[in-house]
Design a binder for this molecule. Structure first.
Ligand SMILES: *Cc1c(COP(=O)(O)O)cnc(C)c1O
Length: 414
């Protein structure tokens, strides 16, 4: 295919062009008032993002990693606890767990959504833990520590199966802290509540990242915690500001974990567009689903359960010869990325946790196959068709017996 027009994996320039006058006004306002840290810009954004996420409170912080660490600490996770999450996520999830002094433990993901498998969570608590006769808590046999919290990650913009996870958490007295860093605005239909629920509104607390490439990104670093618990919100306001509610009166040690006013102002402007940007991403996902359907025998496409409204932070496909496909797409001018190539339990950093290859078969099976295609609100259908053509070309070359390219062309024309 012709590579006269490259299709980048991510385009962070275009979305800021039309907003530029509004965005620079934020900076000018900050210069004029010297309100750089805290103040009304941060408070306004917090109110707006709480409303967007259907949560009672939002506390702006420095980044998503800090958001998760503060959320865990404020929700009562202590040094020496075991906290369960998945190996198919970004390392920030487990860094935050370690930073509160807890030990991360993993359960495998589901074959179709690549998110936490609630049956495996249940299995872990039933068969790899003992009940503590004093507290009733589960004690992990691997770590000898009490399992006090679970961190479902809403990976790629799709929520984990929260009814199932919340039910198990209640039964075993675990605190649920959502890693919603990729899921701003994602929704889950809760049968328990008979309602669509937003990411960040279900757990005891939830962490969001506003890293530039996220669905809602700052022009720098940023993050937030959402919660319906006033005590947790208050505690995080202190944690982000050196443990003080009143200047120089420190009830505890905290950190410098504040969101700055310029980023908050920028986020307020971009938040007004987020609903529409997420809708565009969903449309792009629908286009990919339609034009890649003829390849569905060779390529695994994202699965969206009926209870999910994903916001497609990433559009992740699966293919056996991932390396070959990625190289071919690169030659065709199509940018791709891998989220994530090495599961956390296989990372050098976590050798000390003592996991072995084979411990998480689904995660290990998908890790060498997953490939993230270009996905952003500004992506055009004609660009997506070029992506699909390039994929079809490679797949047909691998499996010439399948006249895939021609059936793809037919599907693209309908
Ligand atoms: C981006 C991300 C984080 C961390 O956010 P930062 O703002 O980069 O610290 C945590 N968890 C997941 C799943 C993420 O994608």
């Amino acid at each position: 295919m012709s590579n006269s027009t490259n299709i980048p994996f991510l385009d962070l320039v275009t979305p800021h062009v039309e907003l530029e006058p509004e965005l620079t006004a934020v900076f000018q306002r900050a210069l004029g008032t010297a309100a750089f840290i805290g103040g009304p810009a941060v408070e306004n954004f917090e109110h707006e993002f709480a409303a967007f996420s259907d949560a009672r409170y939002c506390v702006g912080v420095a980044n998503g990693t800090v958001a998760l660490r503060f959320a865990l600490a404020a929700a009562g996770v202590c040094a020496g606890d075991s906290v369960v999450t998945v190996p198919n996520t970004f390392i920030a999830t487990t860094e935050a767990i370690t930073q509160v002094g807890a030990i991360p433990e993993f359960v495998d993901v589901e074959e179709q959504t690549y998110n936490m498998d609630s049956a495996k969570l249940r299995d872990f608590l039933d068969h790899q833990c003992d009940a503590d006769s004093l507290t009733g808590r589960r004690i992990s046999r691997r770590t000898g520590r009490p399992v006090t919290a679970v961190v479902p990650v809403h990976l790629y913009g799709q929520m984990a199966d929260m009814d199932a996870i919340s039910g198990i958490a209640e039964r075993f007295n675990l605190t649920v802290v959502e890693d919603a860093c990729q899921a701003h605005g994602a929704e889950y239909f809760s049968v328990r509540d008979n309602a669509w629920k937003k990411a960040g509104s279900i757990g005891k607390a939830a962490a969001f990242s506003f890293y530039p490439g996220k669905n809602l990104g700052a022009c720098g670093e940023g993050g937030a915690v959402t919660t319906n618990d006033e005590g947790i919100a208050r505690k995080i306001r202190m944690l982000r500001d050196h443990g003080q509610a009143k200047k120089y009166y420190h009830d505890m040690e905290g950190d410098n974990g504040r969101l700055d006013a310029i980023q908050a102002g920028i986020l307020s402007i971009k938040l007004k567009h987020l609903g529409q940007w997420n809708e565009k991403r969903r449309e792009c996902a629908a286009v990919y689903r339609r034009i890649l359907a003829p390849l569905a025998e060779s390529i695994g496409l994202p699965f969206e359960p009926s209870w999910s409204r994903a916001v497609y932070h990433l559009y992740v496909i699966r293919y056996a010869d991932r390396a070959g496909l990625q190289t071919h797409l690169n030659v065709c001018g199509v940018g791709t990325a891998i989220h994530y190539p090495i599961p956390l339990h296989s990372q050098k950093a976590y050798q000390g946790l003592g996991y072995r290859e084979g411990d998480f078969p689904v995660t290990e099976e998908i890790a060498p196959q997953i490939l993230s295609l270009p996905m952003y609100a500004q992506l055009r259908p004609d660009q997506q068709e070029k992506v699909a053509e390039a994929i079809a070309e490679f797949v047909a070359r691998q499996q010439p017996s399948h006249a895939i390219a021609s059936s793809l062309a037919a599907a693209a024309g309908d």
